[in-house]
Ligand binder design. Structure first.
Ligand code: HPA
Length: 236
């Protein structure tokens, strides 16, 4: 048992899928894992362990934003010796290079968060994906018959869902950023600190240029492809 996760030692698998939404964690456990058992529901942040293609896999909700996600990632790495975390989430499209329901495999993430500035005494650290996971995710996406288009590129992990700084979009997009979400920069930084593997795979669920949004049913279908990519990469 760690401070925010009620699992006994060994109850969490070395491989964890990490959605923001705890009910998405339940949906993944029910639809993708065999024999999934709930190991924690502290604060409603559900976590399950089951198996996928013969590999033990856990799925743990992270909550939204780097402060919440960091609590769970720290405890997974530090108290449960998790080796691999793959974030499976949604993001907003920042450019017409990505369409609704496209999948972004994040090779790195920038942020407006103060967390890394505190951690590195003002220096701009570059949080990047684990290369073996990145490569495996790209290979998985090439091998699958996907309804979605897949991109490899940068995410912007913002501290604000309701942005007060729309002027940031243009320079970010001009420098290769494809989508906005709220967690990946912190996850990549913590994985580097603990010497473990992390990757974020996100589906474009709303679009800041075209102002489209997905329905719940569309999200379910397209999220399935993202989970399949994440699982194949995670067990690699
Ligand atoms: N902004 C921030 N985070 C998000 C978004 C967004 O538009 N969509 C999904 N996560």
């Amino acid at each position: 048992m760690s401070t925010h996760i009620a699992a006994a030692p060994g109850e969490i698998a070395p491989i964890v899928l990490f959605p923001g939404d705890p009910l998405r964690a339940k949906w993944i456990a029910e639809n993708f894992l065999e024999g999934a058992n709930l190991y924690s529901e502290v604060r409603g942040m559900l976590g399950f362990t089951g198996s996928w293609n013969g590999h033990r896999v856990s799925v743990q909700g992270s909550g939204m934003g780097q402060p919440s996600m960091s609590i769970y990632a720290n405890e997974l790495f530090d108290s449960y010796e998790v080796q691999t975390i793959v974030r499976v989430g949604s993001c907003g499209g920042l450019t017409e290079k990505v369409a609704m329901r496209d999948i972004i495999i994040a090779n790195g993430a920038c942020t407006d968060s103060g967390i890394n500035r505190q951690r590195f005494h003002g220096l701009d650290y570059a949080p990047v994906a684990d290369f073996s996971l990145l490569r495996a995710a790209v290979e998985a996406s090439e091998a699958l018959p996907l309804a979605n288009t897949v991109h490899v590129g940068l995410l912007y992990s913002s501290d604000q869902f309701y942005s007060t700084r729309p002027e940031l979009t243009e320079p970010l997009v001009a420098h290769g950023v494809l989508g906005v979400e709220m967690e990946t920069s912190g996850l990549y930084t913590l994985a580097a600190y603990y010497g473990r593997r992390a990757l974020a795979v996100c589906t474009v669920s709303d679009h800041l240029v075209t102002h489209e949004e997905t329905t719940a049913q569309e999200r379910e279908q397209t999220f399935g492809d993202m989970i399949e990519i994440a699982l194949r990469a995670a067990v690699s």
